[in-house]
Design a protein around this ligand. Structure first.
Ligand SMILES: *Cc1c(COP(=O)(O)O)cnc(C)c1O
Length: 465
């Protein structure tokens, strides 16, 4: 038997990884040839890889390590809970203290009358729950024809069959029989990429009205809900124009449909409030949460449900649940994570210190020839790469070609930034300091300079016609 440890040579780890480990969202053969980066440990905002590099994690893992890496309190909360009660379920009229404590705390933090929590182990599962909650709600209200859920192109709501269908990623829909029936996708409020000659304000209204057009086209009596991320994350950090959400809110109210805010990234401080719905003044009936709920230390997600919807669902048996709904260890760790977020005033730090520092440091990069804009809400932001800032042109090359080059140069400079097409995304741990933000922006500039040389060398410095 081989004992596989951090001390094995990187090449051996890579070979074993390529032989046995199938990676999510990855072309397997291409990765096997090049070898995956092996991350061995992390502390604060820094990762260490198997070659000893110290990498600034500008993505907080996958947008989730809100309190930063290496907090022993969360490890201790997990160990304590594992010793006391490692597992019990919440089916069939049983409960346990960690699920009680966490649901109470979430209800306290959540805005409005979002007082009821249905647990899952991920954002995808929670959004699958939402599909069933929404349709069951309308069934029980005597309106069983209300099944259609409206979402947006380029939205991300997860990767299971249900949540991937809610999402609007065409590359995902092309594989495995998605979307499921009765999910309808409208255009996204992405002014930089799609706004044409409109002002951002006009464009925000126009894209909100697309919701009303869809409702009328489908038939208002068939529409159950609208789902959106307050700020689209995986789609490239698309901050909607200020006019968008107020207009959506009006339309949702006019037609009496349910509104779901997918807060999986925006929740737990990312936008400078506890929830993105507070920052953008959205009044959802259901919020999806995951990621920052436990800072990624344990897999946990949930649907947070308003009094009205929870009340109707409670009238009969809801035939749905996961073995790990409200898992005691995950719940205890999430509760401890929230304690740290609160006691260390991390949400205030985002709003008052880190978000303004990120905006300033990254906006300074817009004097780079390849950078058109930096757009951000709180500690999520993105740089638009463009061959022509004035016309907001796309590159002639396949979308993502230049973004990928830039991402590779970030990696080479010990910075994790992700590319979504030709947007470079940042979403660092919320505890990042102003100095660390300075380092992030400095490494990003070096990466941009190096990428620019490569882009010119390969003849990619050209706009799409
Ligand atoms: C990541 C994400 C999800 C899916 O969460 P998983 O835990 O990966 O299943 C859903 N919605 C949004 C907005 C996300 O960013």
């Amino acid at each position: 038997m081989t004992l596989i440890t951090n001390h094995m040579p990187t090449e051996e780890l890579r070979a074993l990884d390529a032989a046995h480990h199938m990676h999510p969202f990855t072309a397997g053969n291409e990765l096997a040839e090049k070898g995956a980066k092996v991350i061995t440990r992390a502390k604060g905002v820094f990762l260490t890889d198997s070659e000893g590099n110290e990498i600034l994690d500008g993505m907080a893992g996958l947008w989730c390590v809100n309190i930063g890496y290496g907090r022993p309190e969360l490890a201790e909360a997990a160990a304590r809970q594992m010793k006391e009660l490692p597992y019990y379920n919440t089916f069939f009229q049983t409960t346990h203290v960690p699920a009680i404590a966490l649901s109470q705390k979430i209800a306290e933090l959540a805005p409005g009358d979002l007082n009821h929590v249905f647990f899952a182990s991920s954002g995808s599962e929670a959004n699958d729950t939402n599909i069933r909650l929404i349709r069951t709600y309308w069934d029980q209200k005597g309106e069983p024809d209300r099944k259609v859920i409206i979402s947006r192109k380029n939205a991300y709501h997860g990767s299971s069959l249900g949540s991937g269908s809610l999402g609007g990623m065409s590359a995902m829909h092309a594989q495995g029989g998605m979307p499921i029936p009765d999910i309808h996708h409208i255009d996204q409020p992405h002014w930089w990429g799609e706004g044409g000659d409109m002002t951002p304000e006009e464009f925000g209204i126009a894209r909100a009205r697309a919701l009303e057009d869809a409702i009328l086209e489908i038939g208002p009596e068939r529409v159950a809900a609208f789902i959106g991320e307050p700020v689209q994350g995986a789609g490239g950090v698309i901050a909607p124009p200020g006019t968008y959400w107020p207009e959506v809110q009006k339309i949702v109210e006019k037609y009496g449909i349910l509104l779901v805010a997918d807060e999986v990234i925006c929740g737990f401080g990312r936008t400078g409030s506890w929830f993105g719905s507070q920052t953008l003044d959205i009044k959802p009936h259901i919020m999806t949460i995951a990621k920052g709920l436990s800072s990624g230390y344990q897999p946990i997600g949930a649907s947070v449900v308003c009094d009205e919807v929870a009340g109707v669902i409670a009238e009969s048996e809801f035939n749905h649940g996961y073995t790990y709904s409200g898992h005691p260890v995950a719940s205890a760790v999430a509760r401890e994570n929230i304690r740290i977020l609160e006691e260390e005033n991390i949400v205030d730090h985002v709003r008052d210190v880190a978000a303004p520092a990120l905006k300033e440091a990254m906006t300074a990069l817009t004097n780079h020839p390849m950078v058109g804009e930096f757009s951000s809400v709180g500690l999520m932001g993105s740089l638009a790469l463009t061959p022509d800032k004035d016309t907001r042109a796309k590159f002639a090359a396949e979308p993502g070609t230049v973004g990928f080059i830039c991402r590779e140069r970030c990696f080479a400079n010990n910075l994790v930034m992700r590319h979504v097409g030709d947007r470079m995304v940042v979403s660092p741990p919320l505890i990042i300091t102003a100095d660390e933000i300075g380092m992030l922006a400095e490494r990003a500039r070096t990466a941009l300079d190096e990428a620019f040389e490569i882009v010119k060398d390969r003849g990619l410095w050209a706009a799409a016609s």
